[in-house]
Design a protein around this ligand. Structure first.
Ligand SMILES: [Zn+2]
Length: 295
């Protein structure tokens, strides 16, 4: 299968066609990239990015959150391209914490094993991280900027970026994770209620393009709205299902196993089973604490 190494999303935004992990590069006076995918893709990203930039620099990488599959290639790419990192305060704290960095590396090593990557690459602590928050503006070039929108719920550290004036939304996993079959899966790992509120907030932005962190981008204001509506519906449906299972058993791990086996995910996209179980268990716990548990 041969792919072009990058393609155009809009006049201002190009996409590195890394399978499962499209990486968006915003061109301008200061080139910027959203997220860094997994460590296993570092070599491929470096190659495609160099081809795309053609000798220009990469001034910054903006991280939507701290998950291992969004930051994995970050430290290796930072060594090559020397960019500044822009992230939420929580993401910055996590990436500056030794134990968290070791955990992120561990999940990346497991992903590499799944991907038959036997190289000795490791994830190390990234440098030069600048924290941003709600309504902060990041200027990119004359008349073009990114606005920060806090969208917690997928994780506590999740933020989205809205490119102005084009209204292109980079939401990380806050809008849900779309599978290769086009279905969107909810991933409310830190809080169901915050995740639902963040989805509504994203709907209110009326973006022209929704640039998802996995597999695809959605173009056109109407299609973006339809996608986010569908994501919201799937989110509420999963909540109802978990609540009904919690009525049958209080074994949260068994419910998580059942969701993983019956409902979720293609491991090719979602990584090692350990990471999946962490994610699904977190969703069950969130529903339990926010809707079922009697305080
Ligand atoms: Zn994530």
């Amino acid at each position: 299968m041969s792919h072009r190494s990058f393609s155009e999303l809009t006049a201002a935004v190009q996409v590195l066609n890394v399978s499962m992990f499209p990486l968006y590069v915003i061109r301008g006076e200061h080139n910027a990239m959203i997220d860094c995918a997994v460590l296993a893709k570092a070599g491929e990203i470096e190659e495609r990015l160099s081809a795309l930039l053609g000798g220009e620099g990469l001034a910054m990488v903006l991280l939507t959150h701290s998950h291992y599959d969004h930051v994995g290639a970050c430290s290796i790419l930072q060594d090559k391209f020397g960019f500044q990192i822009i992230a939420s305060r929580r993401t910055k704290d996590i990436l500056e914490n030794d134990r968290a960095v070791a955990f992120i590396d561990d999940l990346n090593q497991k992903f590499k094993a799944l991907a038959n990557d036997r190289g000795d690459s490791i994830f190390t602590k990234p440098r030069e991280i600048r924290a941003v928050g709600e309504n902060d503006h990041i200027p990119l070039s004359a008349g073009r900027r990114l606005e920060v929108v806090e969208t917690p719920g997928h994780t506590r550290c999740s933020i989205s970026f809205l490119l102005r004036p084009e209204n292109i939304l980079f939401a990380g996993d806050a809008a849900g994770v779309v599978e290769t079959n086009g279905r969107v899966k909810p991933l409310f790992l830190s809080s169901y209620s915050q995740y639902e509120a963040s989805l509504k907030k994203l709907l209110g932005l009326e973006a022209e393009v929704l640039a998802l962190a996995h597999n695809t981008a959605v173009r056109g204001k109407d299609r973006v709205r339809e996608f986010l509506d569908a994501s919201l519906a799937e989110t509420r449906a999963l909540k109802e299902k978990i609540i009904s299972w919690l009525g049958q058993t209080d074994d949260l791990t068994r419910i998580a196993e059942r969701i993983l086996d019956e409902e979720y995910f293609s491991p090719t996209l979602m990584g090692p089973r350990e990471a999946l179980m962490i994610n699904v268990t977190a969703m069950v716990k969130s529903i339990y604490h926010e809707f079922v548990k009697i305080p």
